[in-house]
Design a protein around this ligand. Structure first.
Ligand SMILES: CC(C)(COP(=O)(O)OP(=O)(O)OC[C@H]1O[C@@H](n2cnc3c(N)ncnc32)[C@H](O)[C@@H]1OP(=O)(O)O)[C@@H](O)C(=O)NCCC(=O)NCCS
Length: 145
């Protein structure tokens, strides 16, 4: 594999992220990504990262810090991550997670959380390989339609 480079995410990366998201989900969600990237970067600059090969963005991890509400302390959160399907299973997702965890640890954050669907078995397998475990919290949902 050619040289892999991890760097901080910038607002200008939104289009490349949008393309990866489209390759994974088959859906183009431009407004969603523009606001998500801008929000994540504003909340915790340096927590969100992209992986590049030959200056092409091939993966990303969007993170931020969240606190208040029901949570007594501020936790790091992995909001979403995605690797271009052409570049999966080469250790890029794991590397992005490890770098994001390092960032939070250096900031003194004691815990990192992530919420995702059980249908995402690839995400579950990746996080298990990084020793994530079930949190003492619960997500409920109610159908409105
Ligand atoms: C989950 C995801 C991030 C993994 O990234 P990746 O770069 O392919 O994963 P890695 O190569 O770093 O894998 C590290 C470990 O995680 C586990 N793993 C990753 N993908 C897996 C899969 N599809 N099945 C089983 N285990 C998996 C393995 O233990 C793997 O180690 P190994 O390759 O030595 O067995 C990637 O598959 C992805 O982007 N999936 C789509 C996620 C999504 O829906 N995002 C929202 C839309 S953008």
């Amino acid at each position: 594999m050619r040289a892999l480079h991890v760097r901080t995410m910038h607002k200008d990366d939104a289009d490349a992220i949008l393309e990866i998201d489209k390759k994974i989900t088959g859906t183009k969600r431009k407004g969603f990504w523009l606001s998500r990237v801008a929000y994540g970067i504003a909340r915790d600059p340096g927590a969100s990262l992209v992986a590049e090969i030959d200056e092409k963005v091939v993966g990303f991890i969007l993170c931020d810090l969240r606190g208040g509400g029901f949570a007594p302390t501020e936790n790091g959160w992995i909001e979403i991550l995605g690797i271009d399907p052409d570049y999966q299973r080469r250790g890029i997702g794991k590397l992005l997670c490890e770098e994001a965890l390092k960032h939070f640890k250096e900031k003194g954050v004691g815990r990192v959380r992530v919420s995702f669907s059980w249908a995402s078995s690839d995400v579950a397998a990746l996080l298990k390989s990084l020793d994530f475990h079930r949190a003492e919290c619960i997500t409920l949902e109610k159908d409105l339609i």
